[in-house]
Write a protein of this length. Structure first.
Length: 123
């Protein structure tokens, strides 16, 4: 099966440094569940921050960020990165070289549906 695209709710626009009017909910976020069977994708923008949360109460879970060969054919896949129960990790896509796949997306895999994702994006 094809990878599951992260829903629009997975994206949160970062407010600041002069946010203007801040309405209820503007500064809060709710990560979305991963698809641990098919994997996930999202269309990245330079500067995106991917937040990853393991919401399991007692077990560690892993995530994999699959890289794409850069102009020199190098790979930098982050494989089976472990998060203990309740841990949160983040990854900054300061440059998309080596990460954006040929289909224009980032590929994410998780070892359990308790892994939740959120993409923080600048305005």
């Amino acid at each position: 099966m094809p990878r599951t695209a992260l829903a629009a709710g997975a994206y949160k626009t970062i407010k600041g440094p002069n946010p203007g009017t801040v309405n209820p909910g503007d500064l809060t976020f709710a990560p979305v569940a991963s698809d641990n069977t098919n994997g996930n994708t999202f269309v990245p923008a330079v500067g995106d921050i991917l937040l990853i949360q393991n919401t399991h109460a007692s077990l560690a879970r892993t995530i994999t960020l699959t890289s794409f060969p850069d102009e020199r054919g190098r790979l930098g896949t982050i494989a089976s990165y472990s998060l203990a129960a309740g841990e949160i990790a983040f990854f900054h896509f300061g440059d998309l070289t080596g990460w954006k796949q040929s289909d224009g997306t980032i590929w994410l895999d998780s070892s359990g549906a308790e892994i939740k994702y959120l993409i923080l994006r600048k305005q």
